[in-house]
Design a protein around this ligand. Structure first.
Ligand code: AOF
Ligand code: ZN
Length: 416
């Protein structure tokens, strides 16, 4: 009896390949492709870097593809002439039996036309296999094309009592190596890093990449994300540390004074003036649509409580990543989100219905309670404890306790 075709199995392999392009395809999507005949792998490939061959072409060129093969692609094959010719034409020539796609391409230049062309040529198309996993791979590309704004991730380092810095401004207190590498990974996968002039003036950060391609297991050179700084009044001088580091700097402002603009342009920045819609603040929704037009997919935000609060209040945050250190900074220290006065619990933010939260231990930890096998406690909420190398360490009951060593942190991710 023939074995049932396992679309999920092969699509999972295509997704694993796509992930290899995590740091190098911006502003294009991460895409993987697997070619199968008689339940055997014929070839595979992924989109390796911007401007390079698409995943399908890399797979086709690696090995001889016999007619009647099945293609598994994490994104609908393209039908347009971009930097490269349409992939569907290359596929059709090979006379495949079937093309299995995880998701349609949200790019209006494609948007179903690739699938339509395959079907018009008598090729069976199966859609939607592991679609939600495929969408998770390209949150920024999808958000930019579907909503006209980037995917916004907000990174915060807080104490156990929810503080980010002492009143004096001192905030360099989460120094664990694993947390730092994790943040570098988040920066490296992003098209842009967003912050405010206040953070640049208070902390004097570089907000650049301090890892090499080998630290992230990559073959392709890493690119520096654009640093986007909101400076409504143009208070930056151009002498701050960030200006002396690799990577572009885009400043958004309300101030149209040529003198200040010239000073920052001379320091290497690009300055854009946004109107404030009468509020006196930079309009964050306009900022986001501006960034999307400049092909920014994922935005990684590292900022203080004012910008963090405003982004949350305006519904512009898609993911919050909090590193919680085993320290207490006290109630006179600075909080993470300025949300004004909240008078009712029902008005609290930002947990929208359907939010997913995961928690990981980062750095050196000791588990102090037994973890229980998943099956023995039906109905108990579970949390996956994952090591930062990505290996699933153990699946434990949510109540199990960990001792966090001095430089460790708990990483909590909340996503809508
Ligand atoms: C990719 N890699 O494997 C696939 C893509 O500018 P181009 O010619 O590289 O085209 C980019 C568009 O092609 C992209 O926005 C997406 O719509 C489509 N598919 N892109 O970068 C791939 N399959
Ligand atoms: Zn293509």
């Amino acid at each position: 009896m023939p074995r049932p075709v396992n679309h999920e199995f092969w699509m999972a392999q295509a997704l694993r390949l796509a992930r290899k392009g995590m740091y190098s395809t911006h502003p294009n999507p991460r895409v993987g492709c697997v070619i199968v005949k008689d339940a055997k792998l014929v070839s595979q490939g992924w989109h390796e870097f911007t401007g390079g061959p698409h995943a399908e072409i890399n797979a086709i060129e690696k090995n001889q593809v016999p007619p009647g093969s099945d293609f598994y692609t994490t994104l609908e094959p393209c039908s347009h002439h971009g930097k490269t010719p349409p992939c569907v034409d290359a596929l059709i020539e090979l006379k495949p039996r079937r093309v299995v796609v995880a998701m349609q391409d949200p790019n209006p230049l494609v948007a179903g036309a690739g699938i339509g062309k395959l079907e018009a040529n008598g090729i069976k198309v199966v859609q939607g296999v592991l679609e939600s996993e495929a969408r998770l791979l390209n949150p920024g590309f999808i958000s930019r094309l579907e909503k006209g704004r980037p995917f916004v991730r907000l990174k915060m380092a807080i104490s156990l009592d929810g503080r980010t810095a002492l009143k004096s401004g001192e905030s360099r207190w989460i120094t664990g190596k694993s947390a730092r590498l994790d943040v570098q990974r988040l920066r490296a996968r992003s098209s842009a890093i967003l912050t405010s002039a206040k953070t640049v003036m208070d902390d004097n950060p570089s907000l650049n990449l301090r890892v090499s391609k080998s630290d992230l297991d990559q073959n392709v050179e890493l690119r520096h994300p654009v640093r986007v700084i909101l400076d409504a009044e143009l208070r930056l001088t151009g002498k701050e540390k960030i200006f002396g580091t690799d990577g572009e700097i885009w400043i958004y402002t309300l101030n149209s004074s040529p003198f200040e603009i010239e000073r920052l342009v001379a320091a290497g920045a690009q300055v854009s003036i946004l109107d404030d819609s009468g509020s006196g603040n930079i309009n964050l929704k306009k900022l986001m649509s501006h960034l999307a037009k400049r092909e920014i997919n994922e935005v990684h935000t590292e900022c203080g409580q004012t910008l963090a609060g405003a982004l949350v209040q305006q519904g512009l945050v898609d993911e919050i990543i909090i590193y919680m250190a085993p320290k207490l900074l006290g109630s006179r220290s600075i909080g993470a989100f300025d949300l004004g006065q909240i008078s009712h619990i029902r008005n609290t933010r930002p947990t929208h219905a359907g939010d997913q939260a995961t928690s990981q231990q980062v750095g050196s930890t000791t588990q102090t309670m037994d973890s229980h096998p998943r099956s023995s406690h039906p109905g108990v909420p579970w949390v996956k404890q994952q090591s930062l190398s990505g290996q699933l360490a153990t699946s434990t009951k949510m109540t199990s306790a960990w001792t966090l060593h001095e430089k460790a942190a708990t990483k909590v991710t909340i996503r809508r």
